[in-house]
Write a protein that binds this ligand. Structure first.
Ligand SMILES: *Cc1c(COP(=O)(O)O)cnc(C)c1O
Length: 374
């Protein structure tokens, strides 16, 4: 069965004949903290809600199938990132991190892992520069495309190099989602994502997941979740599952819109630079074509100044000025306002939604004209 068919049918009995007369086609979330557990607890499928929940199970089954591995969900992308760190890293270990990765991941290693004797070694995503930093490391952390500068690295090449150096490889796959890029099939040991973004796509919940191929590694991730209590509410899991069913529709439309927007921006005199892996001018376009199934919704670009970027955002009537990305509604923000990324004052990260492309391009055109004189 193709991914699209499997995703559309998420949560349904498999095969479909198993629906009994009168059954709801889509069962609702199961809310429980404790389950009836008479006698020997190993005889109950469910006992206590920090260990397991049937609604999580459905979502994890679908994510596992999509990733080509075993998945565990977490209450946010950062909770998923932390689960990988906690399951794998011990005092004295070194992690090789992209210097341009999602800034909270960098801050987490600086503020917390360092205190536990774990060293973070930083190198840029572009040109596979992390390869030079691998010696003696325990974990190679990749993020491709990197957020927000949309640089690309070669997952297969770096995974081979890391395995030779004795390190495991994790990919933060948030930007493309597992439908757009499959880290496990490309040789990574771990695929991690914030499902808050494109995967669920409705800007209404926080969620993350970790997927691996090795059952022993999954057991460590699972153990961390159960002991630390880093668990998802059933309502969030269920909402996410509803959203997952439309991922193929959303991602295809968003990627088409993003491509058209990137090409439009590239041809616009007010725009200094555009960063989108789907552009032939992107420095890693050929690699992106090989490695990704969709280029995704995120288009980053540069205007000449902070004022110009602010005028652009204010002048647009369709772009919601907000952080995050991957929602069905197009959004954008001036990234330097957070002060954590090495980007220019006029750098904008735009997330293409599912609106009609003619409306989007007309709006962008007038907003850029509005920004032109600054
Ligand atoms: C947003 C994001 C995260 C963190 O996810 P949350 O759901 O906000 O905790 C991690 N990695 C990347 C690349 C992200 O964009």
């Amino acid at each position: 069965m193709k991914d699209t068919t499997r995703l559309v049918r998420v949560g349904l009995p498999d095969p479909p004949e198993k629906l009994a007369p009168g059954d709801p086609i889509h069962p609702g979330p199961i809310f429980a903290s404790a389950y009836a557990t008479p006698g020997d607890p190993t005889e109950s499928a469910y006992t206590y809600a920090r260990f397991h929940n049937p609604t999580w199970g459905e979502m994890e089954h679908a994510l596992g199938a999509l990733e080509g591995g075993i998945a565990r969900i977490f209450p946010s992308g950062m909770a998923a990132v932390m689960a990988v760190f906690a399951a794998l890293l011990r005092p004295g270990d070194t992690i090789v991190l992209p210097s341009d990765c999602y800034y909270t991941t960098r801050i987490l290693t600086r503020e917390f892992l360092a205190a536990f004797g774990i060293t973070a070694r930083l190198a840029p995503t572009a040109n596979n520069a992390q390869r030079e930093a691998l010696e003696g490391s325990k974990l190679l952390w990749l993020e491709t495309p990197s957020n927000p500068t949309m640089d690309i690295c070669d997952i297969r090449l770096l995974a081979d190099a890391a395995h030779k150096a004795g390190a495991l490889v994790a990919v933060d796959n948030t930007t493309p989602t597992a439908l757009g890029q499959q880290p496990l099939a490309l040789g990574a040991d771990i695929s991690v994502a914030s499902d808050t973004k494109s995967l669920t796509g409705h800007s209404d919940l926080l969620l993350g997941h970790v997927a691996v191929r090795d059952p022993e590694l999954n057991a460590k991730i699972d153990r961390w979740r159960t002991l630390s209590g880093s668990v998802v509410g059933p309502m969030e899991a269920w909402l996410a599952m509803r959203s997952l069913a439309t991922l193929p529709l959303r991602l295809e439309k968003q990627s088409q819109n993003a491509q058209m927007i990137a090409e439009f921006l590239e041809s616009h005199r007010v725009v200094n630079a555009v960063y989108y892996p789907g552009l032939v001018s992107h420095r890693s376009h050929a690699l992106a074509r090989r490695q990704m199934r969709f280029f995704g919704p995120v288009v980053s670009f540069e205007l000449s100044s902070r004022l110009s970027a602010e005028r652009f955002l204010k002048g647009s009537s369709l772009l919601v000025e907000a952080t995050s990305f991957g929602g069905i509604v197009s959004s954008a923000e001036r990234r330097a306002r957070w002060g954590q990324d090495a980007v220019s004052e006029g750098f904008i990260r735009l997330s293409a939604g599912c609106e009609d492309i003619e409306d989007l391009l007309a709006d962008l055109d007038q907003a850029l004209t509005n920004a032109a004189s600054y």
